[in-house]
Every structure is written in structure tokens, then in C-alpha cells.
Ligand binder design. Structure first.
Ligand code: AMP
Length: 136
């Protein structure tokens, strides 16, 4: 897509710190890293969100994510990593080209990803509704 930032990066029309590229996937350092080595993995074909990908695109993307996560982890001597994948404004998606964040982690690195929510006795009803939605 002409006006998509990540499409422009993939095509080399905008600069990036590329760490990996193959036929289907492009990966580069996040310009505003949350931790050292924070990387974005992007399918070359433009899709807006995870729900727009077909199963072969998902396979290809996550095979690359695994390979790249291993390389990042080794490089920055991380003790673990988070994968983050935002879909929609409410979830913090800013760039409308599907991407996976790889966040290498160290014990006590100070990155705060603690979320909390108090359930109000909804489990019984909620699980049925979600199950029905998945199966319909
Ligand atoms: P999201 O909030 O999941 O849409 O993530 C978008 C990410 O893209 C953010 O973490 C930004 O810091 C990152 N970003 C935006 N512009 C650039 C750029 N030109 N090069 C690298 N990363 C970028």
C-alpha cells in the first residue's frame, strides 16, 4: 500500500535498521525501543491485522518470529522474551500493517507489563459465549 509506513520500509523507500529479510518477511529494530533489541517482524504482503492473515501466512510469519527471537536472545544475552501483537486502536495498534513485537527480557529489567483485571463472576457465562462464537 502506497501510504503504509511499513510497506514503504519494506520497499526501501523509508530507512530502517533491518535485521532479517526473506521472500515473505521483513524484520527491523523498533525506532522507539522498549528494551534493547526490541524488534518488529512484518509480513511483506500488506494486511491490517492478525485476523486478516490466512493460515499459511501465519505459519510463515511465526516460523520467522521464532528464528529471529532466537537470534535476538543470543545477541543481547536475554533470559527470555515477550511476543506482543497489537490489533486495533484499543489494543495500541498504531501502524495498520500487521506486525509482531519481539521484546528480549532480563530478570528485573524494569519493563512493566503488569496488567490486572478483577473478574466479576462472569466465567461460567463468558466461556459459553466465547465457545459458541468460536464454533459458529
Ligand atoms: P504498534 O503500536 O503495535 O502499532 O507498534 C508500532 C511500532 O512501530 C511502535 O513500537 C513504533 O515505535 C514503531 N515504529 C514506528 N515508526 C517506525 C519506524 N520508522 N521504524 C521503526 N519502528 C517504527
Amino acid at each position: 500500500m502506497e501510504d503504509c509506513l511499513f510497506c514503504q520500509i519494506i520497499k526501501g523507500k523509508k530507512p530502517s535498521h533491518k535485521v532479517y529479510e526473506d521472500e515473505d518477511v521483513y524484520a527491523f529494530l523498533d525506532i522507539n525501543p522498549k528494551v534493547k533489541g526490541h524488534t518488529l517482524v512484518v509480513p511483506k504482503e500488506h494486511s491490517e491485522t492478525f485476523l486478516d492473515l490466512d493460515s499459511s501466512q501465519i505459519d510463515t510469519l511465526f516460523e520467522s518470529v521464532q528464528k529471529i527471537a532466537k537470534g535476538i536472545t543470543e545477541t543481547v544475552n536475554a533470559e527470555g522474551f515477550n511476543l506482543m501483537q497489537n490489533n486495533g486502536r484499543a489494543a495500541g495498534q498504531v501502524v495498520d500493517h500487521v506486525h509482531v513485537h519481539i521484546l528480549p527480557r532480563k530478570q528485573d529489567d524494569g519493563l512493566d507489563m503488569e496488567w490486572s483485571y478483577e473478574p466479576e463472576g462472569e466465567f461460567q457465562e463468558l466461556k459459553k459465549e466465547i465457545k459458541n462464537s468460536i464454533e459458529s
